[in-house]
Design a protein around this ligand. Sequence first.
Ligand code: ATP
Ligand code: MG
Length: 184
Amino acid sequence: METANPAKPAVQGEQAEQKHRLFFALWPDDTVRAQIAAAAHAVCKRPVAEANLHLTLRFLGMQDEAALQCFRDVAGQVQGEPFGLVLDRYGGFERKRIQWLGTSAPPAALSGLVSSLNRALEACGIEAETRPFVPHVTLSRKAKKPVTAAIPEVIRWAVDDFVLVESVSTPDGVRYVILERWAL
Ligand code: ATP
Ligand code: MG
């Protein structure tokens, strides 16, 4: 005779599927992270939590397990060289009320990395990005105005890998979890 299994979910299939809010990013090491945090605290009223500072390469949004597996598979084919990134200016996206830290000299290797990543992601059904890529580390959201000050000290970031990140929403705000890392 069959007995009911209380551990078995009542609803299976689509509703049981896990979705993940994902993005590819450059993840600063602790030294560069502390320098970026200092640059944020110098000008922002409510800076992003230090642990959350990053540079988004490509935002993917909510994705299912199959898509996540595809991203992990294709990221290994991405072509890229290590490069130096000089963070030397504040900026802002006024419409989105974001204050950020960026560079006056975006390295060719960074745009090359983003292009290669976007090409690879097409195999997973992610459409080509049409908007121009503006490399930036978000320092503050819901800000009143963009920062016009000069940055206290130029930050030199030696980039030699990139990561796939899951954005997890918690009662205390968003938390980012690195799922996988690829060397350049
Ligand atoms: P919150 O949305 O709670 O303010 P957040 O923006 O840090 O937090 P996510 O919305 O998960 O977290 O975004 C993760 C990263 O992707 C951030 O760097 C964010 O700026 C960037 N991002 C989010 N949405 C988009 C989008 N539509 N296009 C490009 N980048 C995006
Ligand atoms: Mg967001």
